[in-house]
Design a protein around this ligand. Structure first.
Ligand SMILES: Cc1cc2nc3c(=O)[nH]c(=O)nc-3n(C[C@H](O)[C@H](O)[C@H](O)COP(=O)(O)OP(=O)(O)OC[C@H]3O[C@@H](n4cnc5c(N)ncnc54)[C@H](O)[C@@H]3O)c2cc1C
Length: 438
């Protein structure tokens, strides 16, 4: 076991999690503090690559490319003046101010990164969340998930195999997606696109309908966080793509062959993907001195400091944050994660420079964007100037969706690299539909 003691000359900031919150945070801290050696910045992640989670469904469908869309963390660390440590953290000792990173083994079982204990002066927890299965029997056993890169790649492998198998053997196949939030809806549209690549005919127009896609949602509308009018609009759009909707369907059990509802109704499926609700990692509830809510999120104050412990912060999906001065919980979304990262970066920079900063975190809901693969997109933006919400769709919404991804790239790779990335993607974009076979 390797132990790493604090670097006494400068404060050490450890960030756990290189996701939508953690990676922009270390990018800013690395440039502002790491480069001039005002602080030592360490990023820990269980994965070696980063991909922006809102586009995981496109990794699953093969629309997003590992070679150009994944960010290699050790390489990123070199450019952004921080140290990268690979491994899963599962223990934090708040008295000793120390984290434990588990060992990492390669495919042959050889240890590539040993277990490490590292002390911190400031600790930021940004480990995100996974899908909540609500303790429904056998979901873990029979369903695929979209919680990370490896999950998305497993979904891609499975979908490719069943689609090609179904085409070759001329037999029907049925896919069930549970969860009618943004992730489930966007994933369904991507799967419809994959199905179209295989048959050459849009799913809705395929007379044989050998590929069936079922979208299952417990509440009576899709995207339950949005208002009913949007729910209805999205429902008719999904149906126009040939997706069968099951709204108000409360899943009580899954088996390898079907999904069972509360009222005894069954939906026969060969492949199930669970995409509903979030749950923060259970080990967070064991961090001494901290407080967590029912879904293991760490409760924080309005400066993102974990309640009950000193110099420990939480942000993104794993944090339970109330909007400044309200009872309103901030939703687990990428834009919230990024806003928290920007706020905390400034707080930490000021703290290291001993500049007083009493500002509080305040969330600004900039709206929502839903992309239905290459078919269409919908957007909703809150305009403070006009004092109302503006809805738009089609090419403008698609551009806005790409823009949000571009902004993430600019935040973690810099504007020049983001422009080059965007141009490269445009130039190498395949014409027509495609199915990635690897
Ligand atoms: C398919 C899908 C579509 C989505 N679409 C949208 C959308 O359109 N708009 C939107 O705003 N939001 C969307 N979201 C939600 C959004 O992705 C999350 O809210 C956001 O990624 C949260 O950021 P985060 O940094 O908290 O967590 P994440 O981005 O999940 O990052 C967590 C990081 O922590 C690492 N990690 C986890 N546990 C450990 C550990 N023990 N030790 C070390 N490292 C660890 C993980 O490897 C990961 O890199 C979507 C989510 C999904 C799954």
């Amino acid at each position: 076991m390797k132990s790493s003691s604090p670097h006494k000359s400068v404060p050490r900031i450890i960030v756990i999690g290189a996701g939508a919150a953690g990676l922009p945070l270390v990018s800013t801290l690395g440039k502002a503090l790491g480069k001039c050696a005002s602080a030592e910045i360490i990023l820990v992640d269980k994965n070696i690559n980063h991909v922006w989670k809102p586009r995981l469904h496109e990794v699953a469908s093969g629309a997003l490319d590992e070679a150009t869309d994944f960010i290699n963390l050790p390489e990123h660390a070199e450019h952004y003046h921080y140290r990268f440590e690979r491994g899963a953290v599962d223990r934090v000792d708040t008295e000793k101010r120390q984290i434990t990173i588990s060992e990492v083994n390669d495919e042959s079982g050889n240890t590539t990164w040993p277990e490490r204990k590292i002390t911190y002066d400031h600790l930021v927890i940004a480990v995100g969340s996974r899908t909540n299965t609500w303790d429904i029997p056998d979901v873990d056993q029979h369903c695929f998930f979209l919680d990370g890169i490896n999950h998305a790649l497993s979904v891609r492998k499975r979908l490719t195999n069943i689609f090609l198998g179904a085409a070759k053997a001329n037999r029907p196949t049925s896919i069930g997606i549970v969860g009618g939030g943004a992730a489930g809806v966007e994933l369904c549209a991507e799967i419809a696109r994959m199905a179209e690549s295989i048959s050459g005919t849009p799913l809705a127009k395929d007379p044989e309908r050998k590929i069936q896609i079922h979208l299952i949602e417990g509440s009576e509308q899709l995207l339950p966080r949005l208002n009913q009018a949007y729910g209805e609009k999205f429902s008719s759009y999904m149906e126009s793509l040939g997706i069968k909707l099951h709204l108000g369907f409360e899943v009580v059990k899954v088996t390898p062959d079907y999904i069972l509802g509360y009222d005894g109704q069954t939906i026969p499926v060969d492949t199930m993907i669970w995409a509903g609700g979030i749950l923060a990692p259970p080990w967070l509830a064991k961090i001494p001195g901290t407080a967590t809510n029912a879904i293991n999120q760490l409760t924080v104050d309005n400066r993102l400091r974990c309640n009950g412990v000193d110099r420990v912060y939480a942000l993104g999906d794993c944090a339970c944050v109330y909007d400044n001065g309200t009872e309103q919980l901030i939703p687990p979304r990428a834009q919230a994660a990024k806003q928290m990262a920007d706020y905390l970066a400034q707080q930490l920079i000021n703290s290291i420079h001993r500049t007083e900063d009493k500002s509080r975190f305040s969330y600004c809901d900039k709206g929502s964007l839903i992309a239905f693969s290459h078919y269409s997109s919908f957007g909703r933006v809150s305009s403070q100037l006009l004092g109302r919400t503006i809805a738009f769709e089609g090419a403008i919404a698609m551009l806005a969706y790409r823009w949000s991804y571009w902004q993430h790239h600019a935040a973690v790779r810099g504007y020049r690299a983001a422009i080059v990335h965007f141009l490269f993607k445009q130039l190498t974009k395949p014409k027509g539909l495609r199915l990635r076979l690897h």
